[in-house]
Write a protein that binds this ligand. Structure first.
Ligand code: PLP
Length: 400
């Protein structure tokens, strides 16, 4: 089919990059301009301020730079740590794994707490490790809030409570790449010290911006941190950002896109965005139940509102479902990564999305599964999701 015209929309249901709304596409369609002009700060200063709202912080400082989430991981670590520093990191999926590997490349000594893929960070185990660390050698805890590979959300507030209960001063580093802007994320309330985001998921933009939010406690550790950093040296950013500028040529269209994305998010309201993602995820879960399949998330407490990782039955390969969906139905589903490769497929339900769009993906997944021989009842997932959405929307209207 390569090269052949494929009429209609591509159904993009990987858990990022997500659909870029027309409003944002138009906002990014701008001529280039002088990024050192006296007018430029009129765009950037409010952007830095407004960005804080999506992290739900007043105290944190936000830094935006050209990168993807991986660069934001690196920047958060290298600006606050020195080689040899000890970190504690639960590992329960491909993204927690990659962050740990990146930290090790920078000479950091990561103590890994292995969790089952399908579970998340265990606050009790974290508390135990911190209590045992009498000399406070552990300098930071790395938690992936939403593990995109397995569709698992960890309880960051509970991790903070565990740290406080142990009376431990480590910094709390949280990856919010597939949660911030879609799932409730409370930087100040949860005592997060460094939060990491990227532009291509809940922010509804193309990939290309890495975003870090740093607490006053994290900022205070930056001068002493010895890890090598150059392009991502945040000290350069703070100096330039204070006047509304960047220490290099910024990615202008993405900044204009971010301006529009934040406007759209504030118009909808963060609470409503979180509620919409919960409804979309719950409808997807109703479809999975009706298919008689299970999620990779081991228990309801772990289920993610931005991505569902759906296990295929024994003897089938999730990659075949994804391949069929893509080639035959123009539907992009997320693949199983690393340890769960072939065992599942993922439906991303985040960003600029509504119920009927998602029903298209559920229908396509259902058809693709049947095509490869997985005997789900025709129409069962779609019907279950439809009914869920009808009832949820009816109930929401009655509350108005
Ligand atoms: N963290 C999480 C939870 C992710 O889902 C991803 C990418 O999907 C990353 C980090 C890495 O981000 P990027 O691919 O933007 O570098």
């Amino acid at each position: 089919m390569a090269g052949a015209r494929r009429p209609g929309r591509n159904f993009l249901f990987v858990p990022g990059p997500t659909n870029v709304p027309d409003r944002i596409l138009r906002a990014m369609h701008v001529p280039m301009e002088d990024h050192r002009s006296p007018d430029f700060p009129k765009l950037t200063i409010p952007l830095f301020e407004d960005m804080k709202k999506s992290f739900q912080t007043k105290e944190g400082q936000v830094i935006i730079f050209p990168s993807s989430g991986t660069g934001a991981w690196e920047s958060a670590l290298t600006n606050t740590r020195s080689p040899g520093d000890k970190l504690l990191a639960p590992r329960f999926g491909q993204f927690s794994h990659l962050w740990i590997e990146l930290a090790r490349r920078h000479g950091l000594d990561v103590v890994v707490q292995e969790e089952e893929w399908g579970a998340g960070a265990d606050p009790d185990r974290i508390e135990e490790a911190l209590r045992a660390d009498k000399n406070h050698e552990i300098k930071g805890i790395l938690v992936v809030h939403n593990e995109t590979a397995t569709g698992v959300t960890s309880d960051v507030a509970a991790v903070r409570r565990a740290m406080d209960a142990a009376g431990h001063p480590a910094l709390l580093y949280v990856d919010g790449v597939s949660s911030i802007g879609s799932i409730d994320f409370r930087f100040d309330e949860w005592g997060v010290d460094l939060a990491i985001a990227g532009s291509q998921k809940g922010m509804m933009l193309p990939a290309g911006l890495g975003i870090v939010c740093a607490s006053p406690k994290a900022l205070a550790q930056m001068d002493a941190a010895q890890c090598t950093r150059a392009y991502f040296n945040l000290a350069d950013h703070f100096k330039a950002n204070a006047g509304g500028y960047f220490p290099y040529t910024p990615a202008l269209p993405l900044l204009y896109g971010l301006r529009e994305s934040l406007a759209m998010m504030f118009e909808e309201g963060l609470e409503n965005i979180f509620a919409r993602h919960h409804t979309l995820a719950s409808g997807t879960r109703a479809a999975v139940d009706a298919w008689g399949l299970s999620l990779c998330a081991k228990a309801p407490q772990w289920q993610s509102d931005t991505v569902s990782a759906i296990m295929v039955p024994e003897g089938f390969n999730g990659a075949d479902v994804i391949d069929r969906a893509y080639r035959r139905y123009n539907l992009a589903l997320g693949a199983g990564l690393s340890e769960v490769a072939g065992k599942l497929f993922r439906i991303g339900h985040l960003g600029d999305l509504n119920e009927l769009m998602l029903l298209g993906a559920i229908a396509g997944a259902e058809m693709s599964m049947r095509d490869v021989g997985i005997e789900v009842e025709p129409g069962s997932g779609v019907a279950a999701a439809q009914e869920y959405f009808r009832n949820a929307m009816g109930a929401a209207e009655q509350r108005l």
